[in-house]
Write a protein that binds this ligand. Sequence first.
Ligand code: PLP
Ligand code: COI
Length: 359
Amino acid sequence: MTLDISFVPAAHPRSDAELAEILANPGFGTHFTDHMLTVEWTPEQGWHDARVTAYGPLSLDPATAVLHYAQEIFEGLKAYRHDDGSIWTFRPEENAKRMVGSSHRLALPVLEPDDFVQAVDELVKVDQRWVPEAGSEKSLYLRPFMIATEAFLGVRPSEHVTFMVIASPAGAYFKGGIKPLTLWLTEEYTRAGRGGMGAAKTGGNYASSLVAQQEAIAQGCDQVVFLDAAEGKYVEELGGMNMYFVYADGHIVTPATGTILEGITRSAIIELAGKAGHQVEERRFSIDEWREGVASGEISEVFACGTAAVITPVGTLKWEGGEVQGSTEAGPLTMEIRQALVDIQYGRADDTFGWMHQV
Ligand code: PLP
Ligand code: COI
């Protein structure tokens, strides 16, 4: 807790009536709270000038490095209201540590995990009326991010960096509710290669996923599945979610390749499934194992997971010239793990893993 954070309240915060209307139907990522948090970094001063101010546009020089070379990283986590009104985030130290990893890869300065958690807590405290009511599956989605803000066109790490946190009330990420997704297997595009940025949470990975996601939509699918870049054989992840495969004999596999973004939801599921008596394998998992496993019934459930999407069942997998049809209903283990996870997040079950952090 080393940041000295100043506070200039918004002159025109949203009225209670406007806020109630937004929280009734928040959608995902379209409404933002009254404030934002900003901290600056330079080599001479380190992290300084931490402040919470009114949410609003940034003024950037057109030569600002992030606009040209995408030196940027971000995180995503949520704040949940419990029945007694208290507000909690889920494993924020894990997001903080992952951001440290991303900052190494993108040659950005390290924001110490304690400072990350302090910054997130501060914005949530200031905008606490934006955390949706208990008893819903709504939450306040938090988006910490770090950008290269030096105005300079040479290609080298920026000597002025800005860390910010913004917050956005969130309902379901997928409008259709909890129903199985149809996935498109791209054989043309990959997301990350050896030595690349796959394990970092950086905007470039998402930029490069968009054309493949467009292709998925054009094929009538919801999301795109990426394979490994070297052999085009092993399942990596979706554009913004990790994958899980449940076998009829009860064991579970989640891909591990070194080039995926290892999710905090993914790691929580490893613990939850283990506690429920399932053997969980983290290993390379080939696309043929998926196709054949679902076709033969050996694989009984497939699901995807992430902070925004929580746990979402997967049904059919399509590719150029073929498909394998999975279940049209969410599987029982998918829903059991999902329930166990959200019950901890919303304070309805004992937090035996010590995952929740009170703001
Ligand atoms: N993979 C990608 C590419 C993502 O964007 C996300 C979302 O954050 C995940 C996986 C899941 O990570 P987490 O569970 O930490 O949200
Ligand atoms: C998240 O789940 O937090 C993400 O960053 C995924 C993004 C596609 C919304």
